[in-house]
Design a protein around this ligand. Structure first.
Ligand SMILES: *Cc1c(COP(=O)(O)O)cnc(C)c1O
Length: 415
């Protein structure tokens, strides 16, 4: 795929698009929420459907000419039902945040109560943060992870639910390395007579492949992003029982959104078809195995991990014990210089700030897509350790970046 037509019109944009392609090829994406879609998904996403208005749902649109849009959206829905086993699926949310917004709109009134995990402990802005519409529209109380173990404090959550009497309990996280026990959170929601939204944004692919337990059939609403572990291109999705179908659909459109991004829904259809193939299960198993290798090797290098390891696709490093003078941001910046791209992250019991926190979050979904296995992951982990041990040492960084170049050559992206 070249950008020659873009170049004729807009050389500056063409330069940036090409540079981004090269950046992705030449660096190691270890941001836990990122992945690389297939060329098939890329092609679908840049299709002529970007031109099409299709307000409404398959078979019931407000515009003419929607027959092919209908086919695409129905394919995405049918495949999502096969992947996650939900009664009802809405594939129109523009992103994970919009998916959550539609659930809140559908089930809550302004001033109603949300109980969710603290952002610092691994939650998400769209779960009630004061800077987000959720924090401004609803009353929010938060639960925590156990500061000793790093696991969700399920008993604390149950007590908090009893005391706060929430209308909805939110589970599903952005920086939580352990398997979530959906049933225990559901029991707390039941006891408080609250709805339960499980936001599986990060782990959609792991759940679809059966390498993480599924909240579908346990909780009332499941939301997700489609661009993280599921590799279906940028977007969101909502799943629920039939009894909530009409309410959810009308909250997405016309409640929260206008015309659906049909080109992105085409990406979802194609990405979901890929995820139904047996190879996808192998991929998801490798993502988890690679995260275990990463976790074990980091610990061999003396790093402390929140919860002491991982069950999923990410690890959360708490630098305070092993590297008290290095902040997460400093580690992130030194690693970016050598071509390892990840993000600084808050850790439970954070003593610095959200902008310059004490941890780094590291994920394996994107490298696993490139073909990285145990040997290459160990090698990347060794590079990370060397750079974080000496973030200002130019010689170390030069050596590391040479090795990153060799690895990116060995595992090229997009042919
Ligand atoms: C990534 C993420 C989302 C979705 O975010 P968008 O950027 O809006 O797609 C929602 N919830 C959680 C827990 C996430 O990690």
């Amino acid at each position: 795929m070249s950008y020659d037509r873009v170049r004729e019109t807009d050389p500056a944009a063409a330069d940036a698009l090409l540079a981004e392609r090269e950046r992705q090829n030449d660096t190691l994406a270890m941001i836990a929420s990122e992945n690389h879609v297939s060329e098939a998904v890329l092609q679908a996403q840049r299709s002529e459907l970007t031109n099409k208005y299709a307000e409404g749902y398959p078979g019931a649109r407000y515009y003419g000419g929607c027959e092919h849009a209908d086919t695409i959206e129905q394919l995405a829905i049918d495949r999502a039902q096969d992947l996650w086993g939900a009664d009802h699926v809405n594939v129109q949310p523009h992103s994970g945040t919009q998916a959550n917004m539609a659930v809140y709109l559908s089930m809550l009134d302004p001033g109603d109560r949300i109980l969710s995990l603290e952002l610092e402990d691994g939650g998400h802005l769209s779960h009630g943060h004061p800077a987000n519409f959720t924090g401004q529209t609803y009353e929010v109380e938060q639960y925590q992870v156990d500061p000793e173990t790093g696991y969700i404090d399920y008993e604390g959550l149950r007590d908090r639910a009893e005391a706060f009497d929430p209308d909805i309990v939110v589970s599903g996280y952005s920086a939580y390395p352990r398997e979530v026990e959906w049933e225990r959170i559901q029991a707390a929601a039941d006891a408080a007579d609250a709805y339960h939204l499980a936001d599986i944004a990060h782990i959609t692919g792991l759940v679809a492949a059966g390498v993480h337990s599924s909240p579908v059939g346990v909780v009332d609403f499941v939301t997700g992003s489609t661009h993280k572990t599921i590799r279906a291109g940028r977007g969101g999705i909502i799943m629920c029982d039939e009894e909530y179908a009409d309410s959810i659909d009308s909250s997405v459109f016309p409640g929260a959104q206008g015309g659906p991004l049909m080109h992105n829904i085409a990406g979802k259809a194609v990405g979901f078809a890929e995820a139904l193939e047996p190879e996808f299960r192998t991929y998801a198993e490798r993502v988890v195995a690679n995260a275990e290798t990463l976790a074990d090797r980091l610990q061999e290098h003396g790093f402390s991990l929140v919860s002491g390891g991982t069950d999923n696709h990410l690890v959360l490093v708490d630098l305070r014990d092993s590297h008290p003078d290095t902040t997460g941001k400093e580690a992130e910046e030194a690693l970016e210089e050598v071509g390892v791209v990840l993000n600084a992250n808050t850790v439970p019991g954070e003593t610095r700030s959200a902008f310059n926190p004490s941890g780094i979050r590291i994920g394996t979904p994107a490298l696993t897509t490139r073909g990285f296995g145990e040997r290459a992951i160990r090698e990347v982990t060794d590079l990370i350790a060397r750079v974080v041990d000496a973030p200002d040492d130019e010689e170390t960084k030069t050596e590391a970046s040479v090795r990153v170049d060799e690895l990116t050559d060995e595992f090229p992206l997009y042919g």
